[in-house]
Design a protein around this ligand. Structure first.
Ligand code: FAQ
Length: 321
């Protein structure tokens, strides 16, 4: 959809919506409504922040992984999350925002990241649970984003989802080793499931009736399914996996509903969700302080990279002269 200056805003908006409705891709140079651009910046930035803050809970276990093999896998996984953050910040930059500006919004608490990363990882089983449940929930939410109407975001998601699928499988495998291990290992696995189950369900966001952005994001082809639809899919896919592991999902109201073909599940603690979202969860302050510290420690790398780029640009200009 090429921008045609002579068209009125109404005509541009109609052409934009027609392109979205026809499942076309909107690209950075195409005309787009300001609200669409702002929504994408908000969502992609929150997503990027989640990827880089999400390195912390698992990074906490790199030095204590139970074997060299587990350590190698974990280092690679945490590096993958950094890479996802980089693709996503790049995708956001195509919308005319600056990465430094987005990081500043994160560091000053003005932009959110996923609530899930404000919970502590107190045992090795938590690393397995994050792979199985958190990456599992992330994939359920992100596979539809590969069909998002905004091209750069959709394309970033293709690669991210391939890597998240591998993460989910390694988490399930690590969990199954624990679940088949000694009684103490089984207890660790169950304890991790008990603590990560409900926060994982919260990753999908507020219920549809309380989600201010969903309807508009769906009309714009950013979101393809509602928060509750994706949450239900996650529960339906994950409960049989827990049964296969011989673990119990910590929800007394969970039951398979023959009539609908879905699992019915208990009420999420939305008060806890709101508490963590406003910055008062178990690890919010620690996560943000660590991120700000890492950014400050990395200042010399950014300065060196900028000096090197300036030097290269100067050499290029001299050669061209
Ligand atoms: N945590 O109206 P909605 C990962 C906010 S990546 C914090 O429903 P929307 C990889 C929401 O932003 C995990 N805030 O909003 C990994 C909005 O804020 P506003 C991250 C939340 O955008 C694995 C307000 O509440 N994934 O795990 C949360 O339509 C392992 C109202 O909500 C993504 O970001 C939450 N859980 O739908 C890394 C995926 N939920 O308007 C390391 C892309 C909602 O006040 C290790 N994002 N909010 O600014 C999305 O799909 C959407 O943004 C939703 C929320 C579904 C998260």
């Amino acid at each position: 959809m090429a921008p045609v200056q002579t068209q009125s805003t109404d005509e541009l908006e109609r052409a934009f919506q027609d392109a979205v409705d026809a499942d076309g891709r909107i690209e950075p140079r195409d005309w787009m409504p300001e609200g669409y651009r702002r929504t994408l910046v908000r969502q992609i930035a929150q997503h990027a922040h989640s990827e880089i803050i999400g390195m912390q809970p698992e990074g906490n276990w790199i030095t204590r992984a139970p074997s060299l093999r587990r350590k190698c896998i974990l280092v690679a996984k945490v590096q993958d999350e950094a890479g996802h953050g980089l693709y996503l910040y790049s995708a956001a930059e195509t919308l005319g925002v600056d990465r430094e500006e987005l990081l500043d919004l994160l560091h000053t608490g003005r932009q959110k990241y996923s609530t899930i990363f404000n919970y502590p990882t107190t045992s090795w089983a938590d690393v397995a649970a994050i792979g199985w449940l958190v990456d599992g929930a992330a994939i359920m939410n992100q596979v539809p984003l590969t069909r998002c109407s905004y091209g750069p975001y959709a394309r970033a998601m293709v690669r991210v989802c391939k890597e998240e699928s591998f993460h989910q499988r390694q988490g399930f495998e690590a969990m199954s080793v624990l679940a088949q291990g000694t009684p103490a290992q089984r207890r660790m696995a169950q304890d991790a499931l008990d603590r990560w189950w409900w926060p994982s369900l919260m990753m999908f966001g507020p219920s549809d009736t309380d989600s201010p952005n969903s309807a508009r994001s769906m009309a714009w082809g950013i979101k393809r399914f509602s928060n509750d639809e994706l949450r239900q899919r996650f529960v339906d896919a994950t409960v049989p996996q827990a049964e296969h592991l011989g673990l119990t999902v910590p929800d007394p109201d969970l039951r398979f509903d023959e009539a609908t073909g879905h699992y019915a599940f208990g009420e999420i603690d939305w008060t806890e969700f709101a508490t963590v979202m406003r910055g008062d969860g178990p690890c919010n302050r620690e996560r943000l302080a660590h991120r700000v510290g890492a950014h400050e420690d990395g200042a010399w790398v950014r300065e060196a990279a900028a000096a090197y780029a300036a030097k290269q640009a100067g050499r290029g200009a001299r050669e061209a002269a």
